[in-house]
Design a protein around this ligand. Structure first.
Ligand code: BES
Ligand code: MN
Ligand code: ZN
Length: 496
């Protein structure tokens, strides 16, 4: 079980607690005014003995002295607090959360060290705690004896001057936490449990938050001519779905922002089957769709003042007697024909119809699609940046900025005629694979053929959505990448 935090903000300190978290910034003296927490001045001594400085995100963990109302003291180094970004405050909260161990009641002294911590930073700190605590262990029936078992419910009091404002900002932060952890959960879930139908049902649940959700069936997609998407799905015993989630928080006549996600619940490669090694990771091939549902959750839960549409293309890519073949030619909803070269280049086929549908039906201000689209983007950028491709410089710049603010970083990649030419086909309008060279770029060029003149950005999240490194705010295989990034973009540019 992930630890559940019951977080509240206060201006004064509870009588007693298991653990006090103190922040220590560079150059500051001993935590001023906290003599009652550390009556014997042990923090300074322990710091000296342990060689603890005030370096950012380092931790000093000690038993509290006798007359302290706490049992343990955790001192968290902040470095130079004026240099901390919003993301750093998340990291600080995450770092504190991972130091909690068995404590059941925790008091965090946020601005004790003479550091001004405003409401947003306090809420970010709390959000970092929640994100760090997320674990996926619902399928584990036994715990190992030596496993460090954190408490299931922890009461957290965050002591800060701006406590009322912080509590308000925290309501928004909880909407973000809900979205990120929803995205993580869906990516972590095994593919037998989460098929297209089950994923669509999770989308339907957003109606409880006031979103409008339609689920298109196979028959309805046939009626619309979505043969690119349907071709991918035809080898699976589980039927595809297209989920359309609308959040109407803006002016009634304002065109929506739109987000489109690749939701391949499992990608075997189809007839162009993948090798066995690590194929289990392909349960995460719906990371784009997971980010979109997570974002829509966040926007609805915090009642964002925008109109937004989220579209999820949900299919399974399987080899089968009825599976699509290399050599097949399909006619997409746009009317453009596609020669299938490699059935493992399936994500772009799903997105081709989802993007076209989105553009035609909603005439959105922009379309941003997220997809675990290519292994090539991982070769290029590794796991610390997602690939950004865009036909619109202002949109790309806004995304890059939101990436730096949230720590969900992007790196812009090129598009161009020379690359586009590579996917021309001898037999159809285009082919679905341009080969190894520039594989992430030719995949993006393919998508661009389905967006027309709409401002568009494609985020290739193959390296960032899953198989993620542990960070201060995540111990999860699935990072939930994209939810905070896009929520930040919406806040920065579309809600003011
Ligand atoms: N889902 C994969 C891309 C992927 C690979 C995501 C590893 C996450 C981790 C995608 O459908 C795929 O198979 N792409 C192929 C395209 C190729 C056949 C043109 C690839 O990248 O090799
Ligand atoms: Mn594939
Ligand atoms: Zn795939």
């Amino acid at each position: 079980m992930s630890t559940k935090f019951d977080i509240s903000f206060a201006s004064s300190t509870p009588e007693k607690g298991d653990l006090a978290v103190l922040l220590k910034s560079k150059g500051a003296g001993s935590a001023a005014g906290l003599a009652f927490v550390d009556p014997a001045g042990v923090v300074a001594r322990a710091a000296e003995i342990a060689g603890f400085s005030d370096k950012q995100m380092t931790v000093l963990d000690i038993v509290a002295p006798e007359r302290s109302p706490f049992d343990r003291l955790v001192v968290l180094g902040l470095g130079k607090p004026e240099k901390l970004t919003a993301y750093d405050w998340l990291r600080a909260g995450g770092k504190a959360a991972s130091a909690i161990k068995r404590a059941k009641s925790v008091t965090v002294f946020l601005d004790a060290d003479g550091v001004e911590v405003d409401a947003d930073k306090a809420a970010d700190f709390a959000l970092g705690m929640i994100l760090q605590a997320y674990t996926f262990d619902s399928f584990k029936t036994k715990k190992k004896d030596d496993e460090d078992k954190p408490a299931e419910n922890v009461r957290v009091t965050i002591v800060t001057g701006a406590h009322a404002e912080a509590a308000a900002a925290f309501a928004t932060a909880q909407a973000v936490a809900g979205g990120v952890n929803l995205a993580r959960e869906l990516v972590n879930l095994p593919p037998n449990v989460l098929g297209p139908v089950e994923f669509a049902a999770r989308a339907k649940e957003l109606e409880a938050l006031g979103a409008e959700v339609e689920i298109l069936t196979e028959t309805e997609m046939q009626g619309l001519g979505m043969n690119a998407l349907l071709g991918v799905a035809q080898g699976s015993a589980r039927p595809p779905r297209l989920a359309v989630i609308q959040w109407k928080g803006g002016k009634p006549d304002e065109a929506p922002l739109s987000f489109v996600g690749k939701g391949v619940v499992f990608d075997t490669g189809g007839i162009s089957i993948k090798p066995a090694g690590n194929m289990e990771d392909m349960k995460g091939d719906m990371g784009g769709a997971a980010a979109v549902i997570g974002l829509m959750h966040t926007l609805a839960a915090r009642k964002a003042k925008v109109n937004a549409v989220g579209i999820l293309g949900l299919v399974e890519n399987m080899p089968d007697g009825n599976a699509q073949r290399p050599g097949d030619i399909v006619t997409s909803m746009s009317g453009q024909t596609i020669e299938i070269i490699n059935t493992d280049a399936e994500g772009r086929l799903v997105l081709a119809d989802a993007l076209w549908y989105c553009k035609e039906r909603f005439k959105p201000q922009f379309m941003i699609n997220l997809a675990t689209l290519t292994g090539a983007i991982m070769v290029a950028l590794g796991t610390h940046h997602a690939g950004l491709f865009s036909n619109d410089d202002p949109l790309a710049d806004n995304l890059l900025k939101a990436g730096l603010e949230t720590g969900e970083k992007l790196w812009r990649m090129p598009l161009g005629k020379e690359y586009d030419k590579i996917i021309d086909s001898k037999f159809a309008d285009m082919k679905n694979s341009g080969g190894r060279n520039g594989g992430a770029i030719t995949a993006a060029q393919f998508l661009q053929r389905f967006v027309g003149e709409t401002a568009w950005a494609h985020l290739d999240v193959a390296g960032t959505a899953m198989n993620s490194p542990t960070t201060e705010i995540s111990q999860s295989w699935a990072s939930g990448y994209g939810v905070r990034l896009l929520d930040q973009l919406v806040r920065n540019r579309y809600e003011a």
